[in-house]
Structures are given as C-alpha cells and as structure tokens.
Design a protein around this ligand. Structure first.
Ligand code: FE
Ligand code: FE
Ligand code: ZN
Length: 276
C-alpha cells in the first residue's frame, strides 16, 4: 500500500486540510507553504496544528509533503533573489517544526545562465545555511523536467547537491513522475532500469515521496506539463505499474494533475483500487 492524496489549500488552516483529505478518501496531502508568488505565509496556530495531528494519527495518514514556493530560487544569478530564497527556506523550515517529522519538498532551482555546476554549489550552500542537526523535517529535492535552466534534471545533478550538504541525513528526493519522464527517464517501458539507476546514483533509501502525474509530452521532451492519470503519454497501465512497484511501498503519492476536487476524488479512488 502507498499513501495517496493531492495538493490542498492551506487558507482555512491545517485541521481543515486533514478533514478535507479525509473526505476525499486520501491518506496524505501537500500544500504550498506560502502562496505560489512567494508572499507571506500564515502564522501557525498551535491548536490548529494539534487538531491536524489528531486526524493524522486517527486516520492513519502517511507523511505529508509540504511544497516550497516556486519563486524560491537558491541559485539565481541575482544575489537578491538568492538571499530571498534562503530567507523563505529558513522560515518555512522553522515553521515545519510545529508539525514534526513531515516532508518539505522544493524545486532545487534554476541557474539562470550560470551553468549547472554553479547552480549545484549555490543550492548546497543555501541548504547548508538552512538545515540544522536537530530539525525534525526531511527536506526533499524534487526531480525536475529540465525546462529552461532547471537544476535537478538528472539523478547525477541531485546527487552532486547532496554530496555538498553537511547534514545529508536531512535530505531526500521527491520523485515527480511527469518531470522524470520529461527529463528522459522512461518509467513506462523501463521502470526497473530507471529504479536501478536511481539506486546506483542516489540510493533508493533517499526516495521519500512521489509526485504522481501523467505527462502531456513524450519522454525526454524537457517540457514539464502535467496530465490527468491515464490521459497522458505515460498512460494508466504504466502509472499503475509504477505505484504498485514494491520500491514505493509506504510512500506518500501526491497528485498534481490538472483537476478540480471531483477529479482528485476520482483519481484517489482509482489509485486505491489498484491495492484492493
Ligand atoms: Fe513541484
Ligand atoms: Fe511536482
Ligand atoms: Zn511540474
């Protein structure tokens, strides 16, 4: 069994997300720690967080996967953007401690012309300033499609980042199926081969969470356009094989497919059906 859910809005607080996902039939969820444009994040209300914790235990939820802002770029060529990104990361991670033991995932960054090697160094530098030994959150680097100057388009790039970070035990990988496919890893026809590669380069124990999306594009397109389950180029049969592969047992799967609430409820039930 895996845990399945989708992105939810944090507007009504944490308990509301737990209730909503329970209604959706899911067992994990993601939320943006601040609005996607990178604005201010809401303050934590301890009572609200505690109420969510009760739901997580009672309903046997898996790990939650908070998502950092898209505007957070630890390797921009603009020093101000970089500093801003680090500030967001630090504040997000401090806040995550109110809900100990969950995941926080983010896009490693876009090097904006500086080259991947400089990007990798700057991302690691940011992480080295933001992580601390007692933190309870695991920070996940997301596998990226490689559009524009995105860093993290290959397992090798992600490994290089991890290698430069001091508190490596605080790091993991969020495997986005659409991104990884778009980056050229054929999870439809060669899932075992891709997982072998992952294991060899990063180690499967680093794989903590999945963003479960079909793709509008062919493998290797480098595009990053998500599609509903079974309606894209990866296809339903391959999505099913992926989710039911033993490598993902017990992991949180987050849908980031283009759907409304009814669409997510439908996809959650499809995925759950694969385990009955
Ligand atoms: Fe993402
Ligand atoms: Fe994603
Ligand atoms: Zn994406």
């Amino acid at each position: 069994m895996i845990y399945i859910g989708c992105h939810l809005s944090v507007t009504n607080g944490y308990e509301a997300m737990g209730k909503q996902m329970t209604d959706f039939g899911g067992s994990t969820f993601a939320w943006f720690t601040r609005n996607p444009r990178g604005g201010k994040s809401k303050d934590i209300v301890p009572k609200d967080v505690n109420a969510l914790s009760v739901i997580l235990t009672e309903k046997k939820f898996g790990k939650l996967v908070a998502h950092g802002s898209y505007t957070m770029n630890l390797c921009s060529s603009n020093p101000e953007t970089r500093a801003n990104g680090l500030d967001m990361l630090k504040k997000d991670l401090e806040k995550m401690e109110a809900l100990p033991g969950q995941y926080y995932n983010f896009h490693p960054g876009s090097h904006t012309g500086q080259g991947a090697d400089v990007g990798i160094e700057q991302i690691a530098e940011g992480l080295n300033k933001a992580l601390w030994p007692e933190m309870k959150t695991t920070v996940l680097l997301e596998t990226m499609a490689g559009k524009g100057s995105e860093v993290g388009r290959s397992f090798e790039e992600l490994k290089k980042i991890i290698d430069l970070v001091e508190y490596k035990d605080k790091l993991g990988i969020c495997f986005d199926t659409c991104h990884t496919w778009d980056a050229g890893y054929d999870i439809a026809n060669n899932l075992e081969g891709v997982l072998e590669q992952f294991d060899k380069i990063l180690g499967l124990e680093r794989l903590k969470a999945v963003h479960f999306n079909d793709s509008k594009n062919v493998c290797g397109a480098g595009k990053d356009r998500h599609e509903k389950l079974g309606q894209g180029m990866i296809g339903m049969e391959s999505m099913k094989k992926f989710a039911t592969n033993p490598a993902f047992e017990g992991k949180p799967f987050i849908l980031e497919t283009p759907n409304d609430d009814a669409g997510y409820i439908h996809e959650i039930s499809i995925v759950k059906g694969w385990f009955n």
